[in-house]
Design a binder for this molecule. Structure first.
Ligand code: ASP
Length: 589
């Protein structure tokens, strides 16, 4: 037997027992005639003691142990004199009488401690060492528990977990496909699934009724903190349901996860916000509802607060003027306001400038546009903004209402951050509904599906497909938590004629639609049940629950921002022989 206990198991009640432990040397300390070794495994750390007086030879051996050596020890559990309250095993130590070195180790390139000295790249290169750190491993443990909870919850509701293939054809989710050349079919390629979307719909045609899968998805897009080229979805589909049924089922699952994994009871029904309201009030389809700071429109399609020709061209010429109130921020110095102005002017935000107004203690207003408006006008503006003495009003304006709202959204999030309103231990969930069916793509000069082309339009909007498709709303919904889209789905089209029309609006010729999605449209001819579903982003859920800044930290072997696995050094070139087999020619640069 390699061990009788793990390194996280022994307690004061085990005093006097002879035990055998195995693990890694975290650290050794020499003090007087004693050598202390912290022995680590997945379950914890136990202190080992070697006493020079009692066994000089053994102590000598212990002194030669390097960091990350793998050892096996046998000894007696002893009550510690200096107890360590921070360790579950901190009341005891092992007086060692047998030491067996199972493997030596090179000096690790960074310290394997929660506060490691290793930079990101180094830790990714040696990810297997990084994963020995408790703070990283904990995320994988949480991920495991979440998967188990999801499986049990859905299985209890009659969902079947079914695997779908990875080598398939294109599934449009709005990103680029990763493709794999087929040796047996020269010149032809598989595409990796952007999601199992069409397959889960076929499972509904097959009568499976309730499906789920913890599924790998692949999207070739530019990476950000909450994106990886391959990521995991909790993918679900149900038959004979409407939007309300799906929302109820998966809101139930979300509440269950919060309760079982974080001990948080969410008793209220989640807020529901139509997309248009979310955009108008927060400039985002995934608003962070942990705090207010709602937009107030001073000039828009429905408002015109400022006189048209006040001489302030920035507002006079704008189609949209809107602001937020930062409570208590009138004390902001000139320098702090300049920082905010720089923030909104960054290319990622893209505003031209920032107008601000401080509400003084006496209720008067001091603003950056004092010379264009009368004090009375500014006071009326303050009242419209519902700002109190001590508050700072921040205003953006622009030609394009949607663009300006998105800029204001960035400013709102920044102010939320600065004011400490984005507490990682507070969770604000909501459903965003009534998404537009389509969005215009400047790049492609055509309407694109905002969700995906299988999404059902809202029933009452179907007639507009012929007259004004851009105004059609989708029977789609996203779940949002703390400003992050944690899941989304829709009721699907199950009528082949409506599906064909959708492809037509999206610019597919009937031939192209047949070529790409013939399998689905044919299946729909054989009695497709009404169905719908949703997918949760597993990585995002885990990072949210663990309070992580990046989904990378909850993935065992993630890619870096250029899509590289720096540990495996992938992607990489392949041999000429392999290229020949695949009938591929690499273009010379
Ligand atoms: N397949 C969709 C996605 O990946 C989710 C869904 O509609 O069920 O976003």
């Amino acid at each position: 037997m390699y061990r009788t206990h793990t390194c996280g198991q022994l307690r004061i009640t085990d005093t006097g027992t002879t035990v055998t432990l195995a693990g890694w040397v975290q650290r050794t300390r020499k003090m007087g005639g004693m050598t202390f070794v912290d022995l680590r495994d997945r379950y914890g750390i136990t202190q080992l003691v070697f006493n020079e007086e009692q066994n000089a030879e053994l102590c000598d051996e212990a002194n030669k142990l390097g960091r990350e050596y793998v050892i096996q020890v046998t000894g007696t559990v002893n009550e510690r004199y200096n107890k360590n309250k921070n360790l579950p095993t901190g009341d005891i130590e092992i007086i060692v009488d047998k030491l067996n070195i199972l493997n030596s180790s090179d000096t690790p390139p960074f310290t394997i401690e929660d506060n490691s000295d290793g930079g990101d790249d180094l830790r990714m290169k040696y990810r297997y060492l990084d994963l020995r750190r408790q703070c990283v491993r904990q995320n994988l443990e949480l991920r495991h528990r979440m998967c188990i909870e999801v499986r049990n919850y859905l299985s209890n509701l009659g969902f079947l977990e079914i695997e779908t293939p990875i080598l398939i054809g294109s599934t449009p989710e709005g990103a680029r496909d990763f493709v794999v050349p087929s040796r047996m079919n020269p010149g032809q390629f598989y595409a990796l699934p952007q999601s199992p979307q069409t397959l889960k719909q076929l499972l509904m045609v097959a009568g499976i009724d309730r499906y789920f899968q913890i599924a790998k998805c692949f999207r070739d897009e530019d990476l950000r903190a909450d994106r990886q080229p391959e990521f995991t979805q909790i993918d679900c589909e149900m038959s004979f349901v409407n939007q309300e049924d799906i929302i109820q089922t998966f809101e139930g699952m979300a509440k269950h996860l919060f309760k079982s994994l974080r001990g948080i009871e969410l008793n209220e029904p989640f807020l529901r916000l139509p997309w248009a309201d979310a955009m108008r009030r927060f400039g985002s389809d995934k608003p962070d509802m942990r705090f207010g700071m709602e937009f107030i429109e001073l000039k828009s399609e429905t408002e015109n607060f400022f006189a048209d020709k006040a001489g302030f061209a920035v507002f006079d010429d704008a189609k949209y003027v809107g602001g937020i109130v930062a409570e208590g921020c009138a004390v902001y110095t000139r320098k702090q306001i300049d920082q905010l102005t720089d923030f909104v002017k960054r290319p990622q935000v893209g505003a031209k400038g920032l107008v601000y107004a401080r509400v003084q203690e006496d209720g008067s207003v001091k603003s950056s546009v004092d010379k264009f408006y009368t004090p009375e006008q500014l006071i009326a503006m303050k009242e419209k903004m519902q700002a109190k003495p001590g508050d700072l009003i921040l205003i953006l304006s622009g030609e394009d209402a949607m663009k300006t709202r998105k800029q204001l959204c960035e400013l709102r999030l920044e102010m939320g951050e600065r004011l400490g309103l984005r507490d990682k231990n507070k969770f604000a969930l909501l459903w965003v509904t009534e998404f537009p069916m389509f969005e215009w793509s400047d790049e492609e000069q055509r309407l694109m599906a905002m969700h995906h082309p299988f999404t059902h339009p809202m029933e009452e909007d179907i007639p507009m497909l012929d007259t004004n498709p851009a105004a059609v709303r989708a029977d789609a919904y996203d779940m949002v938590c703390n400003g992050v889209e944690v899941g989304g789905g829709s009721i699907r089209i199950h009528d082949p004629k409506l599906q064909a029309k959708m492809f037509e609006i999206l610019g597919f010729t009937p031939e192209k639609a047949q070529e790409q999605f013939g399998f689905l449209m044919n299946a729909f001819k054989f009695g497709a049940p009404p169905h719908g579903g949703l997918a949760y982003g597993l990585d995002r859920w885990v990072s949210l629950f663990a309070g992580l800044d990046s989904i990378r930290d909850c993935i065992a072997f993630p890619k870096n921002n250029s899509g590289r696995d720096i540990m495996l050094d992938a992607p990489s070139a392949i041999d000429q022989k392999q290229l020949d087999e695949l009938d591929l020619i690499i273009k010379e640069n």
